[in-house]
Design a binder for this molecule. Structure first.
Ligand code: NBP
Length: 467
């Protein structure tokens, strides 16, 4: 008997995805570059005959039914190219490779066209949900050709998370659409994580709330409009006690945040496409500055930031602020996907993207239902903001967000994601931005020309005599 599907890369994601596939009744042949990892996986975690270990690429490929379908769950970057080169001699026209890692979308486009020349089908598939999601149901974002997707649709739909709106897997679009959408998912994730962290900072420093108390508040919020995976893990983190000291563990964790690049990439492509994803960039920079611990210690000693006490700030103000930040983070992301879909001809259906983000993934939240309603009302409303219900939602929260960010300013507490979300919103709702002065400055020093509001055409002024 040949296996239904193959999987390469048995680190956290690959192991759990393989077990998920086997639990759904499909036989899965698995391979890992380091054989020791395969052996350990089989000994410690595999209880099903549906998981078939292979110890060479040749053995793996030969154990698969035709056309062969192989998921790569290896480290993004060179490892994916290395695996493809090793696999190619054993593959036949019509076989399918699926890259389930966090590959950069430009790499996916390159691999798609290189493999198409060999007659090999290819899908770039975003996978979200971490190891738990991979085992119990991730959100899957496959992109490439429809022909390729149809070969694995049944398996992918079965292993994906399920919600009342269906399985969290859909054909996302052409080319590298799947990896692009996953990258933007991570940009939104950075923005929301940072916003939650900023609200936590105000709670502990200004309101002087204990970690336990903040945990209780987050738990309550998670039952209301902020219900989301990131809120859920945040309240669980707040109440987690360190075994050794009995203190809340979060208070013992060093304030240096790492990053693997997807937040940075989503910001870079937003810059390339001219989409104002303010809070994506701000959240990446927030992680960058967190890294300079020693410098920050010295500066804190030198400047001694002056914490104000909370006079009239309420927990409700923070909740409304955070919910506005969630809304605006999704807004920037969906706008970015929309522009990329036009520029790169992805043909992405943003409503479907919001649907498959409802379960399994890191940015799943109750708010996605509201966003889907807004987008259903008008598919052109890609920022969600151009709608009466959105205006009501924003107007109800805005005074709270202004109050909270003002308080943070006066207490010298950095709130880059919250501020960036507000600047994004304020910029969009401002009819007259000061870009007229920017244009005049550009024309002054570079003769870049400008347009006027009172007559058509392109103009240039000799602002200063050249001689
Ligand atoms: P890692 O990203 O840590 O990669 C480890 C795997 O890559 C191991 O199986 C390793 O094999 C293999 N590998 C490497 Br490293 N270089 C290789 C090469 N040149 N040839 C063949 N195999 C190579 O694993 P992960 O955290 O399970 O993530 C897998 C993919 O899924 C990544 O792209 C990641 O970004 C993405 N992802 C991860 C998460 C998450 O929560 N961790 C969530 C969503 C997506 P070895 O055992 O021989 O070293």
């Amino acid at each position: 008997m040949k296996a239904d599907i193959g999987l390469i890369g048995l680190a956290v994601m690959g192991q759990n995805l393989a077990l998920n596939i086997a639990r759904k009744g499909y036989s899965v042949a698995v391979y890992n570059r380091t054989a020791e990892r395969t052996k350990k996986f089989v000994e410690e975690r595999v209880k099903s005959e549906k998981v078939l270990p292979a110890y060479s690429i040749k053995e793996l490929v030969n154990s698969l039914s035709r056309p062969r379908k192989i998921i790569l769950m290896v480290k993004a970057g060179q490892a994916v190219d290395d695996m493809i080169s090793e696999l190619l001699p054993y593959l036949e026209k019509g076989d399918l490779l699926i890259d389930g890692g966090n590959s950069h979308f430009a790499d996916t486009d390159r691999r798609l066209s290189e493999l198409a020349k060999e007659g090999i089908l290819y899908l770039g598939m975003g996978v979200s949900g971490g190891e738990y999601g991979a085992l119990h149901g991730p959100s899957l974002m496959p992109g490439g050709t429809r022909e390729a997707y149809s070969l694995v649709e049944k398996i992918l739909v079965e292993i994906a998370a399920k919600t009342e709106d269906g399985p969290c897997c859909t054909y996302v679009g052409d080319g590298s659409a799947g990896h692009f959408v996953k990258m933007v998912h991570n940009g939104i994730e950075y923005s929301i994580m940072q916003a939650i962290a900023e609200v936590y900072d105000i709670m502990r420093k200004v309101m002087k709330l204990s970690s336990e108390k903040i945990g209780e508040i987050f738990e309550r919020w998670n039952r209301e409009e902020l219900a989301s995976f990131l809120m859920e893990i945040s309240y669980k983190i707040m109440s987690w006690k360190d075994e050794e000291t009995g203190k809340p563990l979060v208070e013992l964790i060093l304030d240096k945040a790492e990053q693997k690049g997807t937040g940075k990439w989503s910001t870079q492509v937003a810059l390339d496409l001219g989409v104002p994803a303010f809070s994506f960039g701000a959240s990446v920079f927030a992680r960058a500055v967190s890294y300079y611990k020693e410098e920050r210690q010295k500066m804190a000693e030198l400047y001694k930031p002056n914490m104000k006490t909370a006079e009239n700030i309420a927990v409700e103000d923070l909740k409304k602020t955070l919910s506005l930040a969630y809304f605006l983070s999704y807004s920037q992301g969906v706008w970015l996907i929309h522009e990329a879909s036009k520029s790169f001809k992805y043909n992405v259906d943003s409503l479907e993207v919001l649907r498959i983000w409802k379960g399994g993934c890191i940015i799943r939240s109750k708010m996605l239902d509201f966003l889907r309603q807004l987008l259903k009302n008008s598919q052109e409303n890609i920022t969600f903001l151009n709608d009466e219900r959105a205006r009501n939602f924003v107007e109800e929260r805005l005074p709270h967000a202004i109050k909270v960010t003002n308080l943070a300013r006066s207490s010298m507490i950095p709130t880059p994601s919250l501020n960036a979300c507000l600047d994004y919103l304020f910029s969009l709702m401002t009819e007259n931005l000061p870009a007229n002065l920017i244009q005049a400055q550009r024309d002054f020093f570079g003769a870049h020309t400008f347009q006027r509001i009172d007559k058509p055409g392109t103009f240039h002024v000799e602002w200063q005599p050249l001689e």
